[in-house]
Design a protein around this ligand. Structure first.
Ligand code: BTN
Length: 235
């Protein structure tokens, strides 16, 4: 497996795109100690100080056939399965579509960028985990560092395990979907709770999740389904 470790860069996403364009193979990973222009979904900034686990993976070949909702959930589940193994005293959960959080504060985020040229050419998956970040560094953000709850100080062990778990889970798809989906849904504590639909400025209630990771909301006595990541919600 090709893993490129870099000290400080703009964003592992940028480097991964450059290397993917140059033909670097499926599974290439770029890791950085620190990012100066880390980015998140919806063009948000992603603060990436030292101590975090920040990496991007180039995906080609058969995995490209996986729809991004399945892919996003498979990545989220792989990350959480591994984090759980190394955690003591706390339990993490998902916030739809695939943030990982503790007590409503963000622990990890996933960014998927797909490049098309007539057809899908490659996908860059970015994963950011506030693993060993100094909690003081992020105390003003709605973020949470695992530093004081993790049983290893070796970020690389966590990275390797995530990559292995992801490979197993991707190779097992679609047969393992039920299992993956159940893990995901079981760690989604928002069913029955109120949410806010950002672009509509509207309150809603989460009533269920669909088998492919979509969300079912109730607004003004109307039931509405959104596909995975298809709407921006405030929980
Ligand atoms: C989100 O929750 O909005 C997604 C956050 C993704 C952050 C990771 S850190 C590694 C990779 N490089 C980036 O610039 N972003 C992703």
């Amino acid at each position: 497996r090709l893993i490129i470790y870099l000290d400080k860069l703009t964003s592992t996403m940028d480097i991964a795109h450059i290397l993917a364009e140059k033909g670097y193979p499926h599974g290439t990973v770029i890791v950085a100690e620190e990012q100066t222009q880390g980015r998140g979904r919806f063009e948000r900034k992603w603060y990436s100080p030292k101590g975090g686990l920040w990496f991007s993976i180039i995906l080609r070949s058969k995995d490209l056939l996986i729809q991004s909702s399945f892919l996003g959930i498979i990545i989220g589940v792989s990350v959480l399965e591994v984090l759980e193994k190394f955690l003591k005293d706390i339990e993490l959960n998902f916030k739809w579509p695939n943030d990982i959080e503790y007590n409503g504060k963000k622990v990890a985020g996933i960014l998927i960028e797909s490049i098309y040229e007539k057809e899908l050419k490659y996908i860059i998956v970015g994963v950011g985990i506030n693993l060993l970040v100094d909690p003081n560094d992020i105390k003003d953000l709605k973020a949470f560092s695992l530093r004081d709850y993790i049983t290893t100080y070796d970020k690389n062990i966590v990275l390797i395990e995530v990559l292995e778990k992801l490979e197993t889970n991707l190779n097992g798809f679609p047969h393992n979907w039920k299992e993956i989906f159940n893990f995901y849904k079981n760690k989604f504590p928002y069913i029955g709770k109120g949410v806010f639909i950002r672009n509509k400025n509207q309150k809603a209630k989460v009533i269920d999740m669909t088998e492919d990771g979509g969300i079912v909301l109730l607004t003004d006595n109307k039931v509405q389904k959104y596909e995975w990541g298809g709407v921006s919600l405030e929980f």
